[in-house]
Design a protein around this ligand. Structure first.
Ligand SMILES: [Cu+2]
Length: 161
């Protein structure tokens, strides 16, 4: 009898300390945004690209409704589609994030397209981005602007504009 009681006590303690118990709080429902960076742009360029990692550690799916930055008129999420020898891009609105999913936005794949840049993005600068999630609310990050490498795949080379 005594042993059963102690055993039950231990189980209760384990339940309290488990990651699931911690994830139950409302704060844990907000997806985290990390490793944000953007390419430096040439003088006069009106478009740029930013990349980041969205980690939804919550137990609920979420949707990224919008991204904004004071540095550009608009920001959109684009996916890259490869068909035979053609590379195209399509806007994804909203972007779905499954529970527990980690979405990596990177060159050659899904990216944040910055349109109507108000000034060039210079290497060493920080680009403020605000991501608005349907459930998780607003997440603000600062993307590191890094020098554009000519050898790197540039997804914007495929845009018609
Ligand atoms: Cu694009």
């Amino acid at each position: 009898m005594n042993l059963t009681r102690r055993l039950l006590g231990s189980i209760a303690l384990v339940a309290l300390l488990s990651p699931n118990a911690l994830a139950a709080g409302p704060a844990a429902a907000t997806p985290t945004v990390e490793r944000a960076w953007a390419r430096a742009t040439a003088p006069g360029a009106t478009m740029g690209a930013a990349y980041l990692v969205i980690d939804n550690r919550g137990r609920r799916a979420d949707r990224l409704l919008s991204i904004s930055t004071p540095r550009a008129e608009s920001a959109q999420v684009h996916v890259t589609i490869r068909e035979l020898d053609q590379v195209r891009m399509r806007r994804v609105d909203p972007l779905h994030i499954a529970a527990g999913e980690r979405l990596v936005l990177e060159p050659g794949g899904t990216h944040v397209m910055l349109m109507g840049l108000r000034s060039p993005l210079l290497a060493g600068e920080k680009l403020p981005l605000t991501l608005r999630f349907e459930t998780g609310g607003e997440v603000k990050v600062e993307a590191n602007v890094v020098a554009a490498s000519p050898a790197a795949t540039d997804p914007h080379a495929h845009h018609a504009q």
